[in-house]
Structures are given as structure tokens and as C-alpha cells.
Write a protein that binds this ligand. Structure first.
Ligand code: PMP
Length: 428
């Protein structure tokens, strides 16, 4: 593959945009080489500025669950745009998407729309603090909840890929209110709660972690967190920015049958436009402005184009009872195909998968938290990534990220991917 135009565009971008990108992981720093510049995408494929075609396993980091440029979503946005792109006034479509989301997700009475996953998580924590009157929060090493200050403490995703899980610029005062726990380690959480009795407002986590590779909750971790939260008057926040409307209509709450107190959304809920949301029951939401004193706002929140894209996306997801089964079956097919090949080549690896989220780790032992994920062989991952890219398969450019499958992927695409893995495996 040639990346001539992408290289030139990257060079030009670096003069005017920090690192040439508007979100760090796009810079390919973890894997080296030139980031490919996207020109267009359709269905399961993305095309770059050099007209290379890739089977896309990133799907804009999750939102394009039905595939790129999905007609009902694109049509909805185009039609809405003709009527004006922003009003700063309430619009009917905001209520429509809210009603639909609330009908799909268990345990929520009201939902507030924002512009990103970061905003959703940041606002959820503020609401939890306002509601409980307590200040500290517990987050898990390797979980990423966006780039707001309170979360950049041992964060996953790009933060760890770029070697700054604790970002400079976050004050000590902020950092001291974020307590860190090990994912899947309930004893560790319990000890933290005991050591900070009556001070913890909330526990926030990705119910399936996707920002240290894909890490499922094990040994009823979510249920145990629920029990601990109930016993200590702590709110449980599920950051479902990745898992919401992806693992099930009702997200991880439905899949694992555990109720969260506040749920955060992003990605799928916006159909590829900048949308996030947080949702909870009335008892808690009544504390949010303008009903209550906890302040949160946004000029572009509930933007009509974003709401149109999100509504079109959720409507399709809601009507398709087979979608999540199809996605899980395709992901399992890929999982089995890759396992067979990597085993044949005696390559140490662990593949983690939940629904349509999957990640490959080049290590021997089970990957169940940040530490075990960090043991992966990065040289092997880099070689694998570039090998796959050259084969026309676009996977996440860091071992601390998850791949997201979309419904537009065919079994032929999956077979092509597995064949690519078999050629790349020979070179590892
Ligand atoms: N939470 C999770 C679980 C995420 O994966 C992300 C982004 N990948 C965020 C929050 C932040 O979302 P955004 O990038 O839209 O601010």
C-alpha cells in the first residue's frame, strides 16, 4: 500500500494542529508510521486519501454500529440540516430521542444530552457529588472516561498509549479526590471504601472495559459493586459510552442484569455526530439544573443534526431484534478464526471478547485488568497492526484499544480478515 497523500497531509497538518491530529490516538504514535487520512467510508469499509480501501474494525471508535454512511442516518441529517443547523431553543426531536432511549434502557427516567462522552461522564460525577454531598470518587486503573481532570488519573486509551495516564495540568487537589482501584478486584474496592468511610460519592467504571483492550467483568464484579454501593450509600455510575446500545438495547445493565444509578452514553447514541448523554432516575435527576442546583449546560447540546442522526440510529437498533445476536456471532467467528491461526503459529496471545467488542493481546496469561493488559508484547502488536494495515484491514492502532464490529461486515469480509491474519502471523 502507498500512503503518499496521507504522508503529505500529515506533514501539513502538523504545522497547524498539535501533532497533526485533534485526538492523540489518531497519530499512530504507539505503532509508528503515518496515520492514514480518511476520505470517505461506506458500509464496512473506509477509504483513505490515497484511495486505499480497508475493512474497518474501528468504526469511528464505536458509533458506526450499522456501518458507515448508513442511508437512514445520512438522510435524516441532510433533511434536518435544510431546516437550520442550531437554534439554542428546545426542539421536538430532543423529546423523541429521549423517549426512545428511555424505553430501551432499564432503570432510567430522564436523560440529558451533551456533546461528547467526556461531558457525559464529567456531568454524571458532578451530579453524583451534588446528590450525595460527598466529594471523592473511585475509578479503575486503565478505565477511560474522557479527558476531564478528575479522570486523568491512571487513565486508559490514548492517555496510557502516550505515556501520560496522569496528565500534567491536573492539580493535586483534583487528583486527591479520585481514588484508584484495580479492575475486577472487589477486595481492593472494599478496602478503599473502608479507608474513606462516608466520603465517596460514586464509583464510575466501564462495565466492560474497552480502553485497556477489551476486558470483561469477571466473577460477578458488577453485581458485587452494586452490593457495596448499596451498603455504603455510594452511587454506581456505568460509563456505557462504548457499551451503550452496542452490547444490547439496554447496554451492559441489560446484558449483566445489574442496575446502575447513573448511566453515561456517547458514540452509538449520536450516530456518528458529536453526542453524549447521561441518564438516571428522577430522584437523582431532580437535582440537575434547571430543576435543581447542580449546574450543567451546553450551547449545542441537543443539536438538531446530532439528534436526527441519533434518533435514526436508535430507531433502527430498536426495531432489529436480531442485531446484537448477528454482531456477536460475527465477532465470535472472527475470534475463532484468529485463535486457530495464532495457535498454529505458536504465537502467545489472548483474545478478549464481549458481544461486538474484541481485542488481541500478545501475551500468555489472562488479561483482566490494567496490569495484565500492560504485559502485552508491544513489538508484536506493532508488527501485527502494520501487517494488517498493509493487508487492507484497519484495526485499532494501540493494544490499549478495542475493535468494534459493525453490522455491515459480511462473512466474506471476516474471511478476508482471517486470511490476512494468517499471512501476517507468518511474519510475527
Ligand atoms: N468513556 C469511554 C468509555 C470512552 O471510551 C470514551 C472515548 N473513547 C469516553 C468516555 C470519552 O468520550 P469522548 O471521546 O466522546 O469525549
Amino acid at each position: 500500500m502507498l500512503y503518499k497523500r496521507s504522508s503529505a497531509l500529515f506533514k501539513e497538518a502538523q504545522d497547524v494542529i498539535p501533532g497533526g491530529v485533534n485526538s492523540p490516538v489518531r497519530a499512530f504514535k504507539a505503532v509508528g508510521g503515518t496515520p492514514i487520512f480518511a476520505k470517505s467510508a461506506k458500509g464496512a469499509y473506509v477509504f483513505d486519501e490515497d484511495d486505499n480501501q480497508y475493512i474497518d474494525y474501528i468504526n469511528s471508535w464505536g458509533p458506526m454500529i450499522l456501518g458507515h454512511a448508513h442511508k437512514p442516518v445520512v438522510d435524516a441529517v441532510v433533511e434536518k440540516a435544510k431546516l437550520g443547523t442550531s437554534f439554542g431553543m428546545p426542539t421536538e426531536i430532543e423529546t423523541k430521542i429521549a423517549e426512545l432511549a428511555i424505553s430501551m434502557v432499564p432503570n432510567i427516567d430522564k436523560i440529558r444530552f451533551v456533546n461528547s462522552g467526556t461531558e457525559a461522564c464529567m456531568s454524571a460525577v458532578r451530579l453524583a457529588r451534588g446528590f450525595t454531598g460527598k466529594e471523592k470518587i473511585i475509578k479503575f486503573a486503565g478505565c477511560y472516561h474522557g479527558h476531564s481532570d478528575a479522570f486523568l488519573i491512571q487513565a486508559g486509551s490514548g492517555a496510557v498509549t502516550f505515556g501520560s495516564p496522569n496528565s500534567p495540568g491536573v492539580t493535586e487537589g483534583t487528583a486527591k479526590d479520585t481514588l484508584l482501584a484495580r479492575y475486577n478486584d472487589i477486595d481492593n474496592v472494599e478496602a478503599l471504601i473502608k479507608a474513606n468511610a462516608d466520603e465517596i460519592a460514586c464509583i464510575i467504571l466501564e462495565p466492560v472495559a474497552g480502553n485497556m483492550g477489551c476486558i470483561p467483568p469477571k466473577d460477578n464484579f458488577l453485581q458485587k459493586l452494586r452490593t457495596l454501593c448499596d451498603a455504603h450509600n455510594i452511587l454506581l455510575i456505568f460509563d456505557e459510552v462504548m457499551t451503550g446500545f452496542r452490547l444490547a438495547k439496554g447496554g451492559a445493565q441489560e446484558l449483566f442484569n445489574v442496575d446502575a444509578d447513573i448511566v453515561c452514553f456517547g458514540k452509538v447514541i449520536g450516530g456518528g455526530l458529536p453526542v453524549g448523554a447521561f441518564a438516571t432516575r428522577n430522584e437523582i435527576m431532580n437535582h440537575l439544573a434547571p430543576l435543581g442546583a447542580v449546574y450543567q449546560a451546553g450551547t449545542l447540546s441537543g443539536n438538531p443534526l446530532a439528534m436526527a442522526a441519533g434518533l435514526a440510529m436508535l430507531t433502527e437498533i430498536n426495531l432489529d431484534d436480531e442485531l446484537f445476536t448477528r454482531l456477536a456471532e460475527k465477532t465470535e467467528y472472527l475470534h475463532k478464526g484468529m485463535t486457530k491461526i495464532l495457535q498454529e503459529h505458536n504465537i502467545d496471545h489472548v483474545i478478549n471478547r464481549v458481544g461486538s467488542m474484541i481485542s488481541v493481546h500478545f501475551c500468555k496469561d489472562e488479561v483482566y485488568d490494567f496490569e495484565t493488559s500492560a504485559k502485552g508484547n508491544n513489538a508484536s502488536f506493532k508488527a501485527f497492526f502494520h501487517g494488517m494495515l498493509n493487508e487492507g484491514v484497519y484495526i485499532a492502532p494501540s493494544a490499549f484499544e478495542t475493535w468494534f464490529l459493525c453490522d455491515a461486515l459480511s462473512y466474506e469480509d471476516l474471511d478476508k480478515t482471517i486470511e490476512a491474519v494468517s499471512r501476517v502471523a507468518k511474519t510475527l
